[in-house]
Design a protein around this ligand. Sequence first.
Ligand code: FFO
Ligand code: ATP
Length: 220
Amino acid sequence: MQDSDAPRPFASPACSMHEIDPAYAGTAKPADIAAWRKAERARLIEARMAIPADERERLGTRIAEHLRLQIVDSTIVSGYWPFRGEPDLRPLMKALGSAGLRIALPVVIAKGQPLVFREWRAGTPLARGVWNIPIPAEGAEVMPDMVIAPVVGFDPPGYRLGYGGGFFDRTLAAMPRHPRVVGVGYRSAAIPTIHPQAHDIPMDLIVTEQGVELAASAGD
Ligand SMILES: Nc1nc2c(c(=O)[nH]1)N(C=O)[C@@H](CNc1ccc(C(=O)N[C@@H](CCC(=O)O)C(=O)O)cc1)CN2
Ligand SMILES: Nc1ncnc2c1ncn2[C@@H]1O[C@H](COP(=O)(O)OP(=O)(O)OP(=O)(O)O)[C@@H](O)[C@H]1O
């Protein structure tokens, strides 16, 4: 009698991924990309906030350890002030500042406009910016040569899903010299694709608690 669950090794080709419906693989192009992104952001942010705070802190420390190894030949590094459960890299920002690097934070000037970067040092007074994000109350506007961008989601080629303002894409597109752009996030923010659009600029590198996820090929 034939056991229907038993493996039948030669019944099909070794790899049949090409036969799988893209919808099943989670990569079918949604009819409405903006609506899909909105729902995906909400899902990813909710999942991130559900990670217990002490676990997020542990993961953030590991991300900072991996990230630190990537900071070579940079003089002005833009970090970020964490919110909505983003990895907290402030200890690293302080350590880099003590080591002589200049640190900046992104500032929203207006919706639909590029960000500007303002220098920050430990102890710099903060003000509440748009969406109540803390920003340096004073300080020179600077051009970072490395930008650390927190991700809500990311995909294997290094495209970043953010909060939906389009700020980093607009900012990078407007910068006279392309800085090194490093996306940071928890490994659980990895998705098969963010369905990149023409305006989406891929990260040069993504760093999670597991290490460096990708490095764009030399010369990019
Ligand atoms: N910590 C941190 N600071 C940062 C960023 C970031 O990602 N993380 N930004 C990186 O860009 C900028 C702020 N970007 C933001 C963009 C949108 C929303 C926001 O709340 N948007 C609306 C929905 C927008 C839409 O879907 O149309 C919302 O969520 O209600 C918040 C911040 C600058 N500072
Ligand atoms: N360079 C650009 N010029 C004009 N519009 C842009 C540019 N980049 C993005 N946008 C617009 O911004 C909106 C949001 O873009 P997107 O969904 O990529 O945001 P996001 O990367 O998730 O957000 P954020 O960077 O703020 O965290 C879209 O409507 C997009 O068309």
